[in-house]
Design a protein around this ligand. Structure first.
Ligand code: SF4
Length: 318
């Protein structure tokens, strides 16, 4: 598979009054065309910041201070604003956590679709745009009659499906879904993930699924990236992450999930708390919580090693 996205040594900082938050710290990462990549980690680990950086949607004072983001070989970091506007939606689309706040309550659903199409496809007639919106709603399992309704008239699950329809109406190659099921109950969440899997196959989409829910990525992802403290801890095929995690943080994360097949009177917890990204620990950012920490871990940031199909940043695998 061709690489659609290559990130090289990316660092994103947020200068604040008490110092600089190193939200993403020297991350190198790549995505293959047509794959679903799960991006997981605790809140504040940098996963959403990484997603927003890809579309240059960082809110000030956040900024990319170093690195390259290559989309099909073109560096997004260096693109002119005009090129970025063309890329957003048309080539790379994003869906957000809360569909209600992402839809304009004063616009009917058809107006959202027509405006999106008009913004990117010159020469399209209103009738053609409306027809495209009808087709999209049908593919989402929603009756086209709902096009004339306002967002508040739809359920949460339907609104999230509308969001994905708006993201896909311009036929992008890459979809970034940032915690797309957070606002949904478990049944609607499962239906939404099924729909996402179906659309991924139908449109041969590459998807980055950002979530703190390992169950979601287990259902959908081909590969999984685990982030911790603004860095990538481990990348591997989904099966490899769940069956034989290598990084001590990934192991701790999986051990803290209830498993109905095991007799677990108590759940394992990870000691300590996530690092302060204004003043992160020296060496390996995970060392204050790591049961395997060694002398080198406190002194030097771990290099990246390849082991059994995993890419892992940990001195245990040197
Ligand atoms: Fe633990 Fe050291 Fe590996 Fe960091 S580098 S995860 S501290 S063993």
């Amino acid at each position: 598979m061709e690489r659609i996205l290559e990130i090289e040594n990316l660092s994103v900082h947020f200068p604040i009054n008490i110092g600089t938050v190193r939200a993403v710290d020297d991350v190198s990462w790549e995505l293959k065309e047509g794959e679903v990549m799960g991006l997981v980690g605790e809140s504040g680990c940098g996963k959403s910041t990484l997603g927003f950086s890809i579309l240059r949607l960082l809110r000030p004072p956040g900024r990319i201070v170093r690195g390259r983001i290559l989309y099909k070989g073109r560096d997004i970091v260096l693109m002119e604003e005009r090129e970025i506007l063309d890329l957003r939606g048309k080539r790379i689309a994003m869906i957000f956590q809360d569909p209600l706040t992402s839809l304009n309550p004063l616009f009917r659903i058809d107006q959202h679709f027509v405006e999106t199409l008009f913004a990117h496809e010159k020469g399209l007639t209103r009738k053609e745009a409306y027809h495209r919106a009808e087709e999209m709603l049908e593919s989402l399992g929603i009756s086209p009659e709902r096009l004339t309704e306002y967002p508040h008239q739809l359920s949460g699950g339907m609104r999230q499906r509308i969001m994905i329809g708006l993201a896909l109406i311009l036929r992008p190659d890459l979809l970034i879904a940032d915690e797309p099921t957070t606002a949904l109950d478990v049944i609607v969440e499962a239906q939404f993930l099924d729909l996402l899997a179906d659309l991924q196959k139908r449109y041969h989409l590459t998807i980055i699924l950002i979530t703190h829910n390992l169950g979601n990525v287990a259902q959908l992802a081909d590969r999984i990236t685990v982030m911790y403290g603004g860095s990538i801890a481990e990348v591997a095929e989904a099966g490899g992450i769940f069956e034989s995690p290598l990084h001590p943080y990934t192991q701790g994360l999986l051990a803290s999930i209830p498993n109905i097949k095991l007799d677990q009177p108590t759940l394992k917890t990870m000691p300590g708390s996530p690092p302060d990204l204004v003043d992160p620990p020296q060496g390996c950012v995970f060392h204050p919580r790591c049961p395997n920490a060694m002398e080198i871990c406190r002194a030097r940031r771990p290099a990246t090693f390849h082991r059994d199909g995993h890419i892992v940043s940990c001195w245990l695998y040197r």
